[in-house]
Design a protein around this ligand. Structure first.
Ligand code: HEM
Length: 116
């Protein structure tokens, strides 16, 4: 589910405006909707992970591989929480989420005009 949402999230930025009759504004709106959904799902997933037991790896698994598998899991959690959180913070910073007048510099794809 989260993987599909992350793919869709990239697609909203990489697909050309007009794809499937979606205007650039529509694609941006989807981007702003899917991002927080990813964050919410990941926080729920993380809460579940922290409160439930998970299957133990095979007892004969070498320690380096055991550490690698645990590390990879937690790295995915970290990336999938930090990435949408940073996107949200950054977008809020120049008003993309709230619709407030942008304060920061122009942004590549959203064509936000700033300054006077
Ligand atoms: C897993 C989560 C996310 C991924 C993978 C992602 C991915 C991207 C990508 C690839 C771009 C295009 C960057 C460029 O063209 O230079 C982008 C831009 C943007 N993202 Fe996200 N994003 C995520 C979450 C969010 C969230 C949660 C928000 C806000 C609620 C957000 C708001 C924006 C905005 C406003 C832009 C336009 C920035 C610009 O035009 O410079 N993103 N994002």
């Amino acid at each position: 589910m989260v993987v599909l949402l992350v793919i869709a999230q990239y697609a909203t930025k990489w697909l050309p405006a007009g794809f499937a009759s979606l205007s650039e504004g529509r694609l941006n709106a989807w981007h702003l909707a899917i991002g927080p959904a990813i964050l919410l799902l990941m926080l729920l997933r993380l809460a579940w992970r922290l409160t439930h037991h998970t299957p133990q790896p095979p007892s004969d698994l070498p320690v380096p591989l055991r550490l690698l598998s645990r590390g990879t899991h937690w790295l995915f959690y970290a990336i999938l929480v930090v990435l949408p959180a940073l996107g949200w913070i950054a977008a809020s910073g120049y008003g993309a989420v709230t619709g407030a007048k942008p304060r920061a510099r122009s942004c590549s794809r959203t064509k936000v005009r700033v300054g006077r």
